[in-house]
Design a protein around this ligand. Structure first.
Ligand code: ADP
Ligand code: MG
Length: 213
C-alpha cells in the first residue's frame, strides 16, 4: 500500500464519511435530541448529500476537493455544525496546495489546520463538550504516530481510536459551547453529537485508506 494519499483516495474518504453519516443519522439525531434540538444527523446528512452531488464533477486536486466540500457545507447546513465543519475543510485545502498526493505528514498538517480553524471560529476549548474533544486528540495522536514512524494506515488508525475515545469522554462533561450549554449541568450524561460525527470522520479516513488496493 502506498504512503501517498491521492486526491482520489481523499474523495473516497469524503464519500465514505457521507455514507457513515447516513448510516448513523438517527443515532446522531438522538444524541442531539438529548442535549440540543435533534437535528445534527439531518444537518450533516443534508450537507454531505449536497457535497456528493458536487463531487460528480471530479476535483482536480485535494485543495479543490476540500474547497468544494467546505463551501457546500457552509451553504447547505443551517446549524452550528455547517460553518464549523465547513471551516474545517476550507482550512484543510490550502494546507495541501501544490501537492499532487499527500503523505502522512502533509495530511496531518492539513487536519491540524482544519482543527485550528474550528477552534478559531467556535472558540471551544478542550473539555467544552464539542467536536473539538474528538478532533483535538485525533490530530495529537496523528502527530505522535507520524513521529513514531508509522505508515499512513497505522497513523490514521491511531487518530481514529483517539477520536472515538475523545467522543466517549464527552459523556460526563458539562457543555460550555453551543446549544447544549443552555442546559448547564443537565448536559452531563450524554455524548456530544458533534464529537460523535467527528469520530466518524476519522474512522472513515482510517477505513478508506485501509481499503485501498
Ligand atoms: P445546532 O447546535 O445549531 O443545532 P448541530 O446540531 O448540527 O447544530 O451541531 C451541534 C454540534 O456542534 C455540537 O454537538 C458540537 O459538537 C458542535 N458545536 C457547537 N458549538 C460549537 C463551538 N462553538 N465549537 C465547536 N463545536 C461546536
Ligand atoms: Mg442541533
Amino acid at each position: 500500500m502506498s504512503d501517498v494519499v491521492s486526491t482520489d483516495d481523499l474523495v473516497a474518504w469524503i464519500r465514505a464519511f457521507r455514507d457513515a453519516v447516513q448510516q448513523h443519522r438517527d443515532e446522531l439525531t438522538a444524541l442531539d435530541s438529548a442535549i440540543g434540538d435533534a437535528d445534527h444527523g439531518s444537518n450533516m446528512a443534508r450537507g454531505l448529500d449536497a457535497v456528493v452531488v458536487k463531487l460528480e464533477t471530479p476535483p482536480a486536486s485535494a485543495a479543490e476537493l476540500f474547497k468544494t466540500v467546505g463551501m457546500t457545507l457552509v451553504s447547505s447546513v443551517g446549524g452550528a455544525s455547517g460553518p464549523l465543519y465547513g471551516t474545517f475543510f476550507l482550512r484543510m485545502g490550502p494546507a495541501l496546495a501544490d501537492t499532487d498526493g499527500a503523505d502522512a505528514v502533509a495530511l496531518g498538517a492539513a487536519l491540524r489546520a482544519g482543527v485550528d480553524g474550528v477552534v478559531a471560529r467556535g472558540k471551544a476549548e478542550p473539555g467544552d463538550k464539542t467536536m473539538i474533544d474528538a478532533l483535538g486528540p485525533a490530530v495529537a495522536a496523528w502527530d505522535d504516530a507520524v513521529a513514531a514512524g508509522a505508515d499512513v494506515e497505522a497513523v490514521s488508525a491511531a487518530a481514529a481510536e483517539a477520536a472515538a475515545k475523545g467522543r466517549d469522554a464527552t459523556e460526563p462533561l458539562v457543555a460550555r459551547k453551543g446549544r447544549a450549554s443552555y442546559l448547564g449541568e443537565r448536559s452531563a450524561g450524554h455524548i456530544d453529537p458533534g464529537a460523535a460525527s467527528s469520530a466518524l470522520l476519522l474512522e472513515t479516513l482510517r477505513d478508506s485508506l485501509a481499503a485501498r488496493g
